[in-house]
Design a protein around this ligand. Structure first.
Ligand SMILES: Cc1cc2nc3c(=O)[nH]c(=O)nc-3n(C[C@H](O)[C@H](O)[C@H](O)COP(=O)(O)O)c2cc1C
Length: 129
């Protein structure tokens, strides 16, 4: 649903940003939105007319994501993408961001993100196995 909203919004000249951060404090959000049991916030979505028009973001090569029959290693494509993202971040942030795709993602897998969600979901009557 959100992807359809994103595509529709962008086709009308709006910009969007998913906000997974809405799960940083699910109790406050649920109170604010008066969410009943068995309903929980997954993400927010900001919609608006962009104040800036940045360059198109580079993308990881499709072959590195879409596999046919068997998985193949794609370290060369990842390395090339990291280089492209390093350049992109450098240009977009006026040289203030020295990072790339891999370095950006590593912290997300280093620890358990939003571990509080499990207890929150149990409170909201979701059964966890
Ligand atoms: C599921 C999801 C949650 C996100 N949550 C946030 C967020 O909480 N705050 C934020 O600034 N951007 C958030 N983003 C936006 C990303 O940081 C990034 O700007 C956006 O995904 C565009 O990059 P992409 O086109 O490479 O995905 C989120 C994106 C996704 C897909």
């Amino acid at each position: 649903m959100a992807q359809n909203v994103a595509v529709a919004a962008e086709s009308e000249g709006l910009g969007i940003c998913y906000i997974g951060g809405i799960r940083n404090n699910p109790h406050a959000i649920s109170d604010l939105l008066r969410l009943p049991e068995h309903v929980y916030p997954v993400f927010g979505m900001c919609l608006g007319y962009p104040a800036v028009d940045p360059d198109i973001k580079p993308r990881l090569a499709v072959e590195a994501i879409l596999k046919e029959d068997v998985y193949t290693e794609d370290s060369e494509q990842v390395a090339a993408f990291d280089e492209a993202m390093h350049t992109y971040y450098g240009e977009r942030r006026g040289g203030h961001k020295d990072s790339d795709w891999s370095r950006n993602l590593t912290p997300l897998f280093d620890s358990k993100l939003r571990a509080h969600m499990r207890d929150f979901l149990i409170e909201r009557s979701f059964e966890m196995k």
